[in-house]
Design a protein around this ligand. Structure first.
Ligand SMILES: Cc1cc2nc3c(=O)[nH]c(=O)nc-3n(C[C@H](O)[C@H](O)[C@H](O)COP(=O)(O)OP(=O)(O)OC[C@H]3O[C@@H](n4cnc5c(N)ncnc54)[C@H](O)[C@@H]3O)c2cc1C
Length: 410
């Protein structure tokens, strides 16, 4: 394989493109440069290597009724999108059976376990090690009761390569200063991390890619015409691009492309909302704060602050629910956080499959076709390791990716 074409310029697409260049291939990346930046830019920046358990779990199913009624209001199933979330929910219920959950966890934890070293290789490789900050994160609770419950849940969970401990005196003092009161409960994770800046990361990825001969094509892939067992890539402006290898890594938009050649892709847009602001007086060296009772994560990046929340099972093109940004502001005010408001609003889609495992593999519909999407809440975390896995697959020495193949959906 001498040439390779990647559809999608998110974290998964760029990670794949750079790993393909590492194999000496000539690589083209096609991205439609949308007016609202995608999830790879809008996420909370957390390298969440503590999350080795798929969300399709018996515990998640038990929690759904409570979450729908909870005061944090973090989970929503909009009536207008019932035709999207109802079939998805039924599949999720099956995927959350204890035996499927155990198998999913075994597969996901292997991938998540390799995620941080892959991130280190990526930022070293592009000459920007400072873009990855490995200083863990805090989990904070509002009340002694929720702190006791939350702590028990984390103690029972597998947290992969991360560890957590009660906060120490210095940390308690810092959080007290920030919140204007002592938190009812808090723990500190080590082994997780966050990125320093989305803008700088993507600028560096693109620069590194193009300096090594990579070509970025701005255009929207509409379908994958098949000829002699191989696909090419048709763009909305009429161009047709060919390559020895093609990978679909277009986040939620991977679904129509792959369904067009006969794959079944039961993916939903699990939308999240964020507020983006100046750093204000937020301490530069404070790791991300997860307010678990409020389903809220606040991350201090190098030049901005971001508060992210909400899980809305929806369609990528449905209009945003503007009330969610107001609720986010309400939470920030309730917590007394020094987060400058009103802040810029953003909504975007997590690409989620019903078993909460990504789809990574080689298509059985065309010889030259691969896919990598569906990374749900963990796409930033898993981008670089996905790039490495696809690279291994294209030289036929891949590790076992059968748990991630699309054929699991029939
Ligand atoms: C609020 C929120 C917070 C999150 N926080 C975290 C977090 O802290 N940690 C974490 O690990 N994950 C997090 N995630 C999840 C993560 O952001 C996603 O899983 C990840 O960004 C998916 O990356 P991707 O490259 O697959 O897709 P995307 O980021 O969606 O990128 C796909 C790219 O393909 C392009 N494209 C789409 N269709 C076409 C087409 N037809 N032709 C050409 N180009 C096309 C798009 O424009 C886009 O540039 C969060 C998500 C949200 C919404």
């Amino acid at each position: 394989m001498r040439s390779f074409l990647v559809i999608g310029g998110g974290i998964v697409g760029y990670s794949i493109a750079l790993a393909q260049q590492g194999l000496g291939r000539s690589v083209t990346l096609v991205d439609d440069a949308p007016s609202t930046p995608p999830a790879s830019w809008g996420n909370a920046g957390h390298i969440a290597v503590e999350q080795v358990e798929p969300l399709a779990s018996p515990a998640t199913l038990r929690a759904v009724p409570k979450r729908l009624l909870a005061r944090d209001d973090a989970l929503s199933l909009p009536l207008r999108d019932v035709r999207h979330w109802l079939p998805f929910g039924l599949r999720l219920t099956t995927a959350a059976r204890p035996d499927r959950f155990r198998a999913g966890k075994a597969a996901l934890s292997t991938l998540v376990g390799a995620a941080m070293p892959a991130w280190e290789r990526l930022v070293e490789g592009i000459g920007q090690p400072d873009l990855l900050i490995r200083d863990g994160h805090f989990v904070i609770w509002d009340t002694p009761d929720s702190a006791a419950r939350g702590l028990r849940a984390w103690q029972a969970a597998d947290t992969g390569t991360t560890r957590f401990r009660p906060i120490d005196e210095g940390e308690r003092e810092r959080l007290t200063q920030l919140l204007g009161r002592t938190p009812a409960g808090a723990i500190r994770f080590t082994g997780s991390g966050h990125i320093a800046s989305h803008d700088r990361l993507f600028a560096a990825l693109r620069r590194h890619f193009t300096e090594r001969g990579g070509v970025v094509v701005t255009g929207s892939a509409t379908h994958l015409p098949r000829r002699d067992g191989n696909v090419s890539v048709a763009l909305a402006d009429g161009r047709v691009l060919t390559a020895d290898g093609v990978v679909v890594a277009a986040g939620v938009a991977s679904k129509p492309l792959l369904e067009g050649i006969g794959h079944r892709v039961p993916m939903i847009a699990e939308r999240g909302y964020h507020l983006h602001s100046d750093v204000g007086s937020w301490p530069a060296d404070l790791p991300p704060l997860v307010f678990e009772d409020r389903a809220l994560i606040v991350t201090r990046f190098r030049d901005y602050l971001r508060a992210s929340s909400f899980v809305e099972f929806s369609h990528p093109d449905s209009p945003p629910d503007a009330a969610k940004w107001d609720r986010l502001r309400g939470r920030i005010r309730d917590l007394g956080l020094p987060f400058p408001l009103p802040a810029r609003e953003w909504v975007g889609s997590r690409p989620t499959l019903p078993d909460y495992l990504p789809a990574i593999g080689r298509s059985d519909r065309a010889y030259n076709l691969f896919y990598a999407f569906g990374h749900q809440h963990l796409g930033l975390t898993l981008g670089p390791v996905t790039g490495e896995r696809i690279a291994a697959l294209t030289v036929d020495e891949g590790p076992d990716l059968s748990a991630f193949e699309l054929r699991r959906f029939g």
